[in-house]
Each structure stands twice: as C-alpha cells, then as structure tokens.
Design a protein around this ligand. Structure first.
Ligand code: NAP
Length: 458
C-alpha cells in the first residue's frame, strides 16, 4: 500500500511519501533506544512538564491539525477538532496521575518468612512499537503514547499508510515539547516491515489497534519473540433497547453511536437489538433520524456524515449490504452509494436479518446499522453475544434488576447503561474474544508496558 494522503472527499492524491529505507529505520530505532536510556532516568515531574507542553502545543495547533485530519481521512471537521482536544486532555490526565498509578506498592510480609520490607515497583520496559489505524489518527496514538512516555518508555509508530501527515506530525510533537530527541519516532514503513522491527532486540513490546488479521499477524510475531502485546481490534457492539427505556433518547443516541466518525469506530454500536414491545416505535424513529442526516463535504460545519476513508472500505461496506439485501434483508433507509465523487455511503438501516448474512457476524465499518427484534432479555443476550467480537456494549433500560442482569450476562470489555460507549481517559478500555486483549487508559493502561518488579529484603 502506497504511503500517501488521498483526500476521500475527492479521490485526489494530495501528497505521497517515500518509505524509510532499512538504514533510516535502523537510525530511528537506535534513536528511540538512546532516548529510552535518557528518559528512564528522568523524574515524573520532568516528564509531566514536557507532557503538559505537548498538550499545550496540540491545543495551540488544534485548528490546522483538525483540518489535516479531515483532509486525510474524511471525518467531519467538528469531530476532528474534538479529537485533537481529547488528545490534549488525555496527556494532561497522565501528566497528573502517572506518578500515583505507578507508585511503589508496599506488600504484606509473606507468611513463612519475616521480611523487613516487601514491595512492588513499576519500571518501564523500553522501546514499544505502536501499530496504529487511520480512523482516529491522533487519538489512537496518544492513547498509547501519553501513558507510555509518562512511564519512561519510548515509542516507535508505524501508522496506517493513508495517514502519513498525521504520522509525521506526531514524529515531532514530543521533541518540540522537550522530551529527549527520539522519545517518539514515526517509521514510514509498510505492514510487511512490521515483523522485522518487532524482532529487533531493542524493541521490547508492541501495541496494535486495527483489524483482526493485523492483530493475529502481529501477535504471532510477538509470541515467537516472547514480547508483550496489547491488541485493540474490531468490534460489532450490541445496543439493546428494552421496553422501559426512553425510546426517543435511545433512538437519538443510536444514530450518534452508529455514525460518529462516518461510522468508522471500533466502539460504534453496530447491531441494534430491540424488544418486540417497542420495536416498531424505535425502528421508525431510528430510520427517520438516520434519513435526516446531512451527508457531504466533511470540511463543511453542517455535515454530519462525510466519506469513508478509503475506496476499498466503502466497497466492502456496500458488498456487506448487498449480500444481506440479496438474501432478504429489508432496507428501512439508505442502502446506496450516492452518485457523486468521493467515497460516500448513505446512512443505512436494515431489518429482517438472518444468520446466514455476512452482516450478522462481520463488522460493518461505516454508517450501516442492523436491527433485530427480540422477545425477551435472554434472546437479546443470545444475539448480542453471538459474534466473535467482545469490545463494548450498550443497554437501555429503566429497570434496576434488568440492568444488573445485562451487566453480568454481556460478553464484552464494557457495558454502558442508558448511554453510548465512549472512551474516557479515566475508564479502562479494551475487549475480549476476537476484539483483543490488554487494556488502555486509566491506571490499567499505563501499567501494561511496565515491569512489575517485586523487591524483598531480609
Ligand atoms: P488495519 O488494516 O488492520 O490497519 C491497522 C494498522 O495495522 C495499519 O498501520 C496497517 O498498516 C497495519 N497492518 C495491517 N496489516 C498488518 C499486518 N499483517 N502486520 C502488521 N501490521 C499490519 O485496520 P484499519 O482498516 O486501519 O482499521 C480498522 C480496524 O481497526 C477495524 O476493524 C476497527 O474496528 C479496528 N479498530 C479497533 C480499535 C480498538 O480500540 N479496539 C480502535 C480503532 C479501530 P497499513 O496501513 O500499511 O496496511
């Protein structure tokens, strides 16, 4: 895949970049290793000062950076701005809390011996490789980079090939903020070069956010090298609506949860599972609100849904819909590729799904929602849990017992009640099953790439 910015709104190539050759990759790994030696010797206070400066730079440059994201991958400009500011918030969060999260833990004396001291301390691992996707070109990276650098690790970024400008922006951000040069370096390389970087003895661990095939491949290399891996992969999150829910609020949030980022979010609600008692009302409201969305140029402030990031992604989405429709699914709204340049797809709601349709088990990475009618909570959970994914989930109910029942029964890394799934710096984030393993954000996120060293003294 060429490393290039291709504007998805027009299909025009804006800029193309030469991949780094082997010598440049070596130079950058060496730089990241040297930066690690320097960074691990610094104090939390020093790293926090640099991290806060990086956050301030992001805020100062928010408008130009948001514009870059919108041109590079097509997200509506207001959402691009929000992404930049969310990154700054996450950096401030870890600047403030890293020292507490990684404080030494004093341990009880082991029963059989009397130690004068037993404790556990968190130490950095070294250079960590980050393989990242294009859908949130800054957020996915900062979600890893802020805690990693605050812990004293350094990072090497292999970003998605279609967001090189975001990758190069991140290449200089932390240097400019004062971190030792090379603390966070971009490698302009293709997916095929990832394995050899991960095999390098100076690279100690890997985090990957992306698709299941990429996750399997990187996890296999990490396994063969006995290196720690965190995987944040795909999802097909359920959104369950029970009779006691506020149907108007649920249908409004359903639209937002499905089409945010032009429908290209791992934690987007993708399957809408609705109790028969409220199914017709919900379906009618949801379809009307999806149909009312403004599809257009993402640089226009009034646009709700822009193009998909790549032509291939748009074509795959259209294939999933066509497969379902050819097997009897009903289109309640959308279901078409608009007749305009760029890689657009109309916000779509489908009903009458059957198990042999690909859309039932596969992830729809675009503004396409599927509706399921269920008789009771048991059937809702059976459908919710039937995919191979287990990222997050959302349940709408006003009944406390029912809420507790769903929280226990759903196979997912998170359950959001009467709201959509959102990632917050304060909440652990990650999945189970084929959605991956490990956690990002909160205290759990910063501890993933640390050596938990036990210290015992007689
Ligand atoms: P992708 O094709 O897997 O790409 C992600 C990254 O992995 C890119 O940098 C890509 O490089 C690289 N890559 C692809 N195949 C690889 C391989 N065999 N070995 C090593 N690296 C490889 O995913 P995407 O299409 O960009 O992103 C969409 C997917 O990411 C969706 O499934 C979505 O649900 C998931 N996602 C998950 C989360 C989460 O937190 N769980 C968040 C966002 C997105 P190239 O670009 O050079 O191919």
């Amino acid at each position: 895949m060429a490393i290039a910015t291709i504007n998805p709104t027009t299909g025009e190539t804006i800029a193309a970049f030469e991949p780094h050759d082997a010598a440049e990759v070596e130079r950058r790994i060496a730089e990241a290793q040297a930066a690690y030696v320097a960074l691990r010797a610094t104090t939390f206070a020093q790293r926090a000062e640099w991290m806060l400066r990086a956050a301030a730079l992001l805020e100062e440059e928010a408008e130009a950076t948001a514009h870059m994201l919108t041109v590079e991958m097509g997200k509506p400009i207001a959402q691009a701005r929000a992404e930049v500011l969310k990154c700054a918030k996450n950096m401030r969060y870890y600047a403030q809390h890293a020292e507490t999260f990684l404080a030494d833990e004093i341990l009880d004396d082991p029963a059989a011996v009397t130690a004068s001291h037993a404790s556990a301390r968190y130490e950095p691992l070294g250079v960590v490789l980050a393989v990242m996707p294009w859908n949130y070109p800054l957020w996915q990276v900062i979600r890893f980079a802020a805690p990693a650098l605050m812990a004293g690790n350094t990072g090497l970024l292999k970003h998605a090939s279609n967001v090189p400008q975001a990758a190069l922006y991140l290449d200089t951000l932390f240097d400019r903020a004062g971190f030792p040069a090379g603390s966070f370096r971009t490698l302009l390389i293709g997916a095929r070069e990832v394995a050899s970087v991960l095999e390098d003895r100076r690279v100690k661990a890997v985090t990957l956010t992306g698709s299941e095939p990429a996750g399997r491949s990187v996890a296999a290399t990490a396994g063969s090298q006995i290196k720690k891996a965190v995987l944040e992969l795909g999802g097909s999150d359920p959104f369950i609506v029970m009779p006691s829910a506020d149907i108007d609020a649920a249908s409004t949030t359903a639209v937002k949860a499905r089409v945010a980022n032009n429908g290209q979010s791992c934690i987007a609600a993708k399957r809408f599972i609705v109790h028969a008692e409220v199914y017709d009302t919900f379906a009618q409201m949801f379809a009307a609100k999806m149909a009312a969305l403004t599809v257009g140029d993402p640089r226009d402030e009034s646009t709700d849904v822009g193009p998909l990031a790549t032509e291939g992604g748009r074509n795959e989405l259209a294939e999933l819909v066509d497969d379902a429709v050819s097997q009897g699914a009903t289109i309640l709204t959308g279901g078409a590729t608009p007749d305009r340049r760029g890689w657009f797809y109309t916000p779509t709601l489908l009903a009458d799904l059957t198990d042999d349709m690909r859309l039932v088990m596969e992830e729809a990475f675009g503004p396409v929602a599927t509706l399921y009618k269920v008789a009771d909570r048991e059937e809702a959970v059976r459908i919710a849990n039937q995919t191979t994914f287990g990222l997050s989930s959302s349940v709408w109910t006003a009944d406390a017992d029912e809420e507790a029942w769903f929280v226990r029964a759903l196979d997912a890394g998170a359950v959001f009640v009467n709201g959509m799934t959102v990632s917050y710096p304060e909440l652990p984030f990650g999945g189970i099953k084929d959605s991956g393993y490990g956690r990002e954000l909160a205290a759990a996120g910063i501890r993933e790439f640390c050596n938990l060293k036990t210290v015992w003294k007689a």
